[in-house]
Design a protein around this ligand. Structure first.
Ligand code: PAF
Length: 309
């Protein structure tokens, strides 16, 4: 398969690396030339729980393949989704499938604004990955990927892509209700990401501090209430247990938001806790804990140069 990966960050390199090793022709698109040049000359290096390997891949700031790809994986940060959609529109073929595995809500809608909805798939993954350097990624945690159709009419594409992932040793299954999946994953990110970034700890640590769980629980409860008002019914006990289970299973992971704060980059707070606030306000659901977390992370982003050691 010809596969284009939008974004050569941790998830892009992890998925691109595994899929290239399975024999697919992988091309990574990223605006950072230090990333694309490193991948062009040295390929992708993966280290971690699935073993260590190096594999060749192509890369550039725009897709330079000689035919439209069969599959596009959207692995850019949520705030870059609209720009990625415009880039994809330039090389999309009639049979190309576009799959978003991004964190947060709103990505499907942003992609569907520019690209044909019937060519879109969406999914969630609990794979853990940290970027070690350009083209070099640490595979920090195993986890399942769920893939489903965005278009209400179900096709066999989700099953096909899930099989491609599974054959590449990235266990994946097709899912029926993509919106339920996205909100379930949002609850995980709402509970873990901002707290780990603010406290500067790995995922597992937030369960060890009572003060942290006292914030995690109402933040996740607000997310569940907003999902309910949006028409997605989630079981509060199951969701709360899952959020804590993910924190436990990815205990040694630095969350993507912590990595962004440590790297001095913008975070995805607006697509995670900020999205709960935005939708909560629209739907008349009280979201004070997510509001506070969102303000704190925004403050952390803007005060980065003024922090005391
Ligand atoms: O954003 C992340 O870091 C991941 O989605 C998760 C599941 C919280 C693991 O670190």
């Amino acid at each position: 398969m010809r596969i284009v990966v939008m974004g050569a960050g941790s998830m892009g390199c992890l998925l691109g690396g595994y899929l290239a090793r399975a024999g697919h022709r992988v091309f990574l698109v990223d605006p950072l030339t230090e990333r694309t040049e490193a991948i062009e000359s040295d390929g992708i290096t993966v280290e971690g729980v699935g073993g260590d390997f190096e594999v060749e891949a192509s890369a550039g700031s725009i897709y330079a393949g000689d035919a439209p790809p069969d599959l596009v994986l959207v692995c850019v940060k949520a705030y870059d989704t609209a720009a990625a959609a415009n880039d994809i529109a330039e090389f999309l073929g009639a049979d190309t499938v576009v799959l978003t595995l991004q964190n947060g809500v709103g990505n499907i809608e942003r992609l569907a604004y520019t690209l044909p909805r019937e060519q879109l798939l969406a999914g969630t993954t609990s794979l853990g990955a940290n970027l070690l350097g350009p083209g070099r990624v640490h595979h920090a945690g195993e986890g399942k990927t769920h893939i489903g159709d965005v278009y209400p009419e179900r096709s066999d594409r989700a099953e096909k892509i899930a099989a491609v992932f599974t054959e590449a040793r990235l266990p994946a299954v097709a899912a029926d209700d993509i919106h339920e999946l996205v909100w379930n994953k949002l609850a995980v990110n709402v509970g873990i990401n901002a707290l780990t970034a603010l406290l500067r700890v790995r995922n597992g640590r937030i369960l060890a501090a009572e003060g942290a769980t006292k914030i995690l629980e109402p933040a996740v409860a607000e997310c569940i209430a907003v999902a309910e008002e949006s028409g997605v019914s989630l079981d509060p006990e199951t969701v709360m247990a899952r959020v804590k289970d993910v924190a436990r299973r990815t205990a040694s992971n630095r969350s993507s938001m912590l990595m962004d704060i440590l790297g001095g980059r913008r975070t995805e707070i607006d697509a995670i806790n900020g999205a709960v606030v935005h939708r909560g306000r629209e739907l008349g659901v009280a979201v004070p804990v997510n509001e506070t977390l969102t303000h704190l992370v925004h403050a952390l982003e803007s005060l980065r140069e003024h922090r005391e050691k």
